[in-house]
Design a protein around this ligand. Sequence first.
Ligand code: NAP
Length: 296
Amino acid sequence: MTTSIGFIGLGAMGLPMAKNLLIEQPELKVWNRTMHKAEGLIDLGAEPAGSPADVATLGGIVISMVSDDQALLDVSLGPRGLVGALGPGGIHISCSTVAPSTLSTLAERHAVHGEILVAAPVFGRPDAAAARKLWILLSGPATATERVTPLLAPLGQGIHQLGEKIEAAAAMKLAGNFMILSAVEGMGEAMLLAQRYGVDREGFADFFGRTLFAGPIYQNYGKQIATRRYQPAGFKLPLGLKDMRLVSQAAGAVNIPMPLADLLRNRLLESVAKKREDYDWTALELSIAEAAGEII
Ligand code: NAP
């Protein structure tokens, strides 16, 4: 039996993901709030839909990749939303980075119609999405995660299963972004210290990226911070701010003090106040430099 597949949200991440999906699923239906972003996909054979509800077919699967919690609720519960349109057995795969509590609330709303929500947030930037190099976290009811695994597998380099609790994937995604941004803060401070004593920034990033910190975060972001190339943004700074707010809220809800998350949130808030909304989230490094008297 072939399952009808739909895709909602064709932004920096959604567009390359949908493009890759289209190769496996030539019948793909797509919807984006700003529909002109779908033109390239439609040229490749995707079917345009008039609303989030129209992307769904009864018992089918719809992937959403929208910016934040409100956007996810809008496409799900707003006018002509997805909830109720999928029908019994239908599955909504939410790939956005959102609050754990938003997913549990939305799962309940889907369940009223016999629909299942699955959380599948991803690690990897738009270039990784295009190259099918995403790391996908997956949580939700086992019958649904088993059904969607073959669909998601071609979009990334691996799927990490987190069991039935829908909040788990969201919490792990937020925790991962917190660790990434902590590394950015650490690199920004450390690189500036070394620079003041005559160390070349790019040489610094290259050495640690090859030796003590030989992993993609230190290698890729290290180079970016060393050269201060923050535009064009791969991950827009306001989305990073959204994530650090979500980290603080999620931590607060379970009584975990996270002082470093507060510092990172304030760094990003300062960056927004300084009109750096179009910069990559790593541009919080500029605030570290400015505090140390650097003229950028
Ligand atoms: P983006 O380029 O800003 O795209 C956001 C998408 O959400 C667009 O399709 C936008 O539609 C849609 N949208 C926003 N508000 C909406 C609303 N109220 N109703 C309907 N649609 C709405 O963001 P992105 O970089 O693709 O990120 C998408 C998600 O992936 C976010 O949760 C982000 O945290 C996560 N993520 C991003 C990265 C990354 O490196 N970029 C990596 C991993 C995870 P319009 O086109 O009409 O504006």
